[in-house]
Design a protein around this ligand. Structure first.
Ligand SMILES: Nc1ncnc2c1ncn2[C@@H]1O[C@H](COP(=O)(O)OP(=O)(O)O)[C@@H](O)[C@H]1O
Ligand SMILES: Nc1ccn([C@@H]2O[C@H](COP(=O)(O)O)[C@@H](O)[C@H]2O)c(=O)n1
Length: 214
C-alpha cells in the first residue's frame, strides 16, 4: 500500500536556533542517521521574500532577521501540500544578490520532513504543524565566529559587512525573536551537530513516532 493510501501523514520536525548555531548540521545529522525512511529537508531561508524590484543597495539594508523578511505564508502553504502527499516547488535563494533566483526546485513529499531556520518556531501556525520542535543552543561568540567564516566563504560577504550587519540587526533580532522561541522547544540541543547523544535520542524518537502513526 502507498503511504498516501495508508492514511499516514508525514512527520514534521522543526529545527531552530540562532544563525551559526548548527541548525543545518543537526538537521543533516538526523537526515543521515535516520536510515530506512524517506526524508526531505526544507530550509526557511528558501522562503526569504523576493526583492527584484529593489535596487541592490537597498536590499543590503534590509533586516533579514525579522519575521517580515520571510514569505511564511508560502512556507506554510507548501508544508500543507506535503502533508497531503503533493509535490511542491521550492524557491531558490541567492544570498549574494539578496533575492530569489529565477529557479525553483521540485520536491516530492516524504515520510519525514525537517523544517530548519532561525524563525521556524516563531509563527504559531508553523509550530502547530510540527511533531518535534528542536532548539540548537550555541553561545553568541561561537555563532558569530562561524558566521564570519561562512558568510565570507559562501555568501559573498566582506568581514566589515558581516560585523556591521551583526551589530545593526542580527544580534538584537536574535534576542527579540529567536531566543524566546526556546520555550516552545521539546528538546534543546547544546552545541549543534557534534552532540551525538542528542542526535541518537532524536532519531529514536522519530522512529517511535513513525511506528505509532503506522
Ligand atoms: N558542532 C560544531 N562544531 C564545529 N563547527 C560547527 C559545528 N556545527 C556547525 N559547525 C560549522 O559552523 C558553521 C555554521 O553551521 P550551520 O550548521 O550551517 O549553522 P546554522 O544552520 O545554524 O546557521 C558551518 O560552517 C558548520 O560547519
Ligand atoms: N539576504 C540575506 C538573507 C539572510 N541573511 C542572514 O541569514 C541568516 C539565516 O541563515 P542561517 O543559515 O545563518 O541560519 C540570518 O541571520 C540573516 O541575517 C543575510 O545575511 N542576507
Amino acid at each position: 500500500m502507498s503511504q498516501q493510501a495508508s492514511n499516514k501523514r508525514p512527520i514534521i520536525i522543526g529545527v531552530t536556533g540562532g544563525s551559526g548555531s548548527g541548525k543545518t548540521s543537526v538537521s543533516k545529522a538526523i537526515f543521515e542517521q535516520l536510515h530506512g525512511h524517506s526524508l526531505l529537508m526544507l530550509q526557511e531561508d528558501s522562503y526569504y521574500k523576493a526583492q527584484d524590484e529593489k535596487p541592490f543597495e537597498e536590499r543590503t539594508k534590509v533586516n533579514y532577521d525579522h519575521p517580515d523578511a520571510f514569505d511564511t505564508d508560502l512556507l506554510i502553504e507548501q508544508i500543507h501540500e506535503l502533508l497531503n502527499w503533493k509535490s511542491i516547488e521550492v524557491p531558490v535563494y541567492d544570498y549574494a544578490a539578496h533575492t530569489r533566483s529565477k529557479e525553483v526546485i521540485k520536491k516530492d513529499p516524504k515520510e519525514v520532513i525537517i523544517v530548519e531556520g532561525i524563525l521556524v518556531l516563531n509563527d504559531p501556525r508553523l509550530r502547530d504543524l510540527m511533531d518535534i520542535k528542536i532548539f540548537v543552543d550555541t553561545d553568541d561568540d561561537i555563532r558569530i565566529i562561524r558566521r564570519i567564516q561562512r558568510d565570507i566563504e559562501e555568501r559573498g560577504r566582506s568581514l566589515q559587512s558581516v560585523i556591521d550587519q551583526y551589530l545593526a540587526t542580527v544580534k538584537q533580532m536574535y534576542h527579540q525573536f529567536i531566543e524566546p522561541t526556546k520555550r516552545y522547544a521539546d528538546i534543546i540541543v547544546p552545541e549543534g551537530g557534534e552532540n551525538q547523544v542528542a542526535i541518537d535520542l532524536l532519531v529514536t524518537k522519530v522512529r517511535d513516532i513513525i511506528s505509532k502513526t503506522n
